[in-house]
Design a protein around this ligand. Structure first.
Ligand code: NDP
Length: 485
């Protein structure tokens, strides 16, 4: 291994690396080989306290700066991320196992997009003036204070930036806890923010398991919690935050429908299904894992999909020709294997994959089930792995009802050449992030987030500003005050 994967220390607090070996050891495993590539320690209560104190102090300094000054630091951090994209992408690949072909274009670059976008609008965040006769009201957009970010393991750099960029633009400070599975990348984000001029303590990183996250969520110094994770964790974190009425953003799981009508462009629809099921080895929350294919196109769709699967280059994620890598961990691979077994046992037709690959690391072949029925486990539960379920449908009304028959509501996609139908169907699907003749695009300019059990709030876009700031309204009376007595 040529790359230095062991970080200087486990945590990043008050503008510098910080070690505390009393915390439980967390081994970082390279998913492509199973090797231990780094060790970090979980944060102990004194380290958590130090991070929250540093963030509380830094937030006051930061909020006193102008938005444009804050924005300049965020955009400088974005520039550093772009300059170091290759190095950061390699680290992301070591942390997650995702192929370098993906990480070079989807991780540090997406993080930099967020820092650049929110850096760009930091100087124009304003309140408003409301005239009421001769009196008037003005509103001040204020930061919330110290925000906590808690990340999942699939996009460690992106998640750290999607949460911190809008938070910092609004004048908040952040304490971020990465997933214990992927602790490395967020430390680099912290380094670059410091290098760009962020005050010490503005963005802190604490390692640890759910227990560290839980301590952060319940600490009275924290004003807001933003979680990316599963629905069960979301329920716990939302409930804990509610005790002190903390603000929350919940980016949770999904079981999203991708609907392919008979008149769809076949190759584009197959590309959408591949992007929505096999990118990042299927470990993407917004994936379209219920692929509803209209009966007239089903045979052609499955045949073309089978041909396209032959182009999957599975192997060393550091080889830029590889376009399909391992699962993030042995545990995640076992969970997905369990779902594949259930798919077979419940009568779905396995038409591709379904097996581990005979090599080191956590490789599972891209898997496709056909003839899947709505009530099967693989059509109801989030799998979070490379497993596509293809379901047949007859007509539009039927597929809309079936697509909405889920507790989740993160994403939805439609492939059709009929533009009226595309908008009509999307208008009736209960999902937050939708696609017409595409799947899984996530530009920072567009709001991202779910409805129903998939979450609360929106990340990215101007909408995120609403979730990291609050309005103070000030009534100004110009004349005398009337009173009853
Ligand atoms: P988890 O829900 O298991 O964990 C998410 C994070 O929460 C981790 O950092 C975890 O720590 C932490 N955590 C766990 N318990 C608590 C608690 N009680 N209090 C505070 N923090 C806690 O999700 P995974 O990491 O396994 O990620 C996969 C899931 O994330 C999938 O279900 C997926 O759908 C969802 N996801 C959603 C996205 C979205 O934007 N909607 C994007 C990506 C993933 P640790 O694991 O270190 O113990």
């Amino acid at each position: 291994m040529t790359y230095e994967t062991q970080p200087k220390a486990s945590h990043y607090v008050n503008g510098a690396y910080l070690e505390d070996k009393k915390g439980e050891v967390i081994k970082v495993i390279y998913p492509a080989t199973g090797e231990v590539i780094a060790k970090v320690h979980a944060a102990t209560p004194p380290v958590i306290d130090a991070a929250l104190e540093a963030a509380t102090k830094a937030q006051k300094v930061w909020a006193a700066m102008t938005g444009r000054e804050r924005g300049r630091i965020l955009t400088d951090a974005a520039r550093l991320m772009r300059e170091r994209n290759r190095e950061l992408s390699e680290l992301e690949t070591y942390d997650t196992g995702k192929p370098l072909q993906e990480t070079l274009v989807a991780d540090a670059t997406s993080g930099a997009d967020a820092l650049e976008y929110f850096g760009g609008i930091a100087g124009s965040l304003t309140g408003e003036h409301i005239q009421l006769g001769e009196d008037w009201v003005y509103t001040i957009r204020e930061p919330l204070g110290v925000c906590v970010g808690i990340g999942a393991w699939n996009y460690p750099t992106q998640i750290a930036c999607w949460k911190s960029a809008p938070a910092l633009a609004c004048g908040n400070a952040m304490v971020f806890k990465p997933s214990e599975t992927t602790p490395l990348c967020a430390l680099k984000v912290a380094e670059m923010l410091t290098e760009a001029g962020a005050p010490p303590g503005l963005f802190n990183v604490l390692q640890g398991m759910g227990e560290v996250g839980s301590r952060l969520v319940t600490d009275p110094r924290v004003a807001k919690v933003s979680l990316t994770g599963s629905v069960p964790t979301g329920r716990k974190v939302y409930a804990a935050a509610a005790v002190e009425m903390k603000h929350v953003t919940m980016e949770l799981g999904g079981k999203s429908p991708l609907i392919v009508f008979d008149d769809a462009d076949l190759d584009n629809a197959v590309s959408g299904a591949i992007n929505g099921n096999f990118y990042s080895s299927g470990q993407v929350c917004s994936n379209g894992t219920r692929v509803f294919v209209q009966r007239g196109i089903k045979g052609a769709f499955l045949a073309r999909l089978a041909e396209r699967l032959k182009d999957a280059v599975i192997g060393d994620p550091m080889d830029e020709a590889t376009n399909f890598g391992p699962m993030v961990s042995a545990r995640q691979m076992e969970i997905v294997e369990g779902y594949i077994e259930k798919g077979v046992a419940e009568g779905a037709r396995l038409v591709a994959g379904g097996k581990r690959l005979d090599r080191d690391g956590f490789f599972l072949a891209p898997t496709v089930f056909a003839d899947v029925k709505d009530e099967m486990t693989i059509a109801r539960e989030e799998i979070f792995g490379p497993v596509m379920a293809v379901l047949d449908f007859k007509n539009e009304a039927e597929v809309i009802t079936r697509a909405n028959d889920t507790a989740f509501g993160l994403s939805a996609g439609v492939f059709t050449r009929d533009i009226s139908r595309a908008h009509r169907v999307i208008g009736q699907l209960k999902a937050g992030s939708c696609f017409i003749n595409s799947y899984n695009d996530a530009p920072v300019e567009a709001p991202f987030g779910g409805v129903k059990a998939s979450g609360v709030g929106r990340e990215n876009s101007k909408a995120a500003i609403e979730h990291y700031s609050q309005l103070k309204s000030v009534y100004v009376r110009m004349g005398d005050v009337e009173a009853a007595f």
